[in-house]
Design a protein around this ligand. Structure first.
Ligand SMILES: [Zn+2]
Length: 245
């Protein structure tokens, strides 16, 4: 073997081992990107419990507002009924017949019944309001605890995201450094594969087949691969092939 052939072989072997290393880094970067992409969803899930607790609070507050409104309306109705009773009582002395007198009395009685029923409802509203206000206090305490938990998870996940971004930058830097040592034409070919979705751009040739697509090369190319004597491309998927023993 003369010096020139030896150098060519070294160069090829070096290119292939660099491409393999780049491909490994590519896989690692893709794994890290997957973790990074999952973070917003994880934060969203953690927020869900807090969101439900807040929703529960606002729905209880809405119910409390509704009951307070009803209570004010009931109070207004009672004072209206009381006015009507006063009116009818003042008429009692003016009526001419016993029938009219009895009619006024039964109207007054009916109004008094309405007042009693109304006041009963007011009492039950007030009881409901007491229970709801106590419940609301508990709900707010729980929501505060949920909020604290969520903020902690969020902080932790954001920190994780920063660390992942740093790791991705570091691995990408290593990949760029490797590519700076490889023939630009090979880098271009590699990039084309990655862009086409073939992130595993460098694969083993094993059991007489490309381990990505099971395509086969020629016996001559098998020899080249075995010797590490040339860049062999899969005829079917165009990935770089190395001898996989
Ligand atoms: Zn293939």
């Amino acid at each position: 073997m003369n010096t020139e052939t030896a150098t060519l072989q070294d160069k090829t072997q070096t290119s292939m081992s660099l491409l393999r290393k780049a491909s490994e880094l590519e896989a690692e970067i893709s794994r890290l990107r997957g973790f990074e992409a999952a973070i917003p969803e994880l934060i969203g899930k953690a927020r869900e419990k807090l969101r439900k607790a807040e929703e529960d609070i606002s729905s209880t507050e809405g119910k409390i507002q509704g009951l307070k409104k009803e209570l004010r309306e009931k109070e207004g109705e009672v004072s209206g009924f009381k006015d009507q009773i006063i009116q009818r009582r003042s008429k009692l002395t003016d009526v001419k017949t016993n029938k009219e007198y009895q009619a006024l009395l039964s109207e007054i009685e009916l109004l008094e019944k309405k007042i009693a029923a109304n006041e009963e409802r007011q009492l039950s509203i007030m009881e409901e309001l007491d229970a709801m206000s106590a419940g609301l206090k508990e709900k707010k305490k729980d929501a505060d605890a949920e909020k604290q938990k969520f903020e902690e998870i969020k902080k932790q996940k954001e920190l994780e995201k920063t660390r992942l971004a740093e790791a991705i930058a570091e691995e990408s830097g290593k990949k760029d450094e490797i590519f700076s040592r490889v023939d630009p034409k090979l880098v271009q070919q590699y990039d084309r594969l990655v862009v086409a979705g073939k992130r595993d751009a460098v694969v083993a040739y094993k059991f007489q087949a490309c381990q990505a697509c099971y395509g086969r090369t020629t016996p001559q190319e098998e020899v080249l691969m075995r010797r590490g004597d040339g860049i062999v491309i899969c005829p079917q998927c165009s990935r770089f092939l190395y001898w996989g023993e």
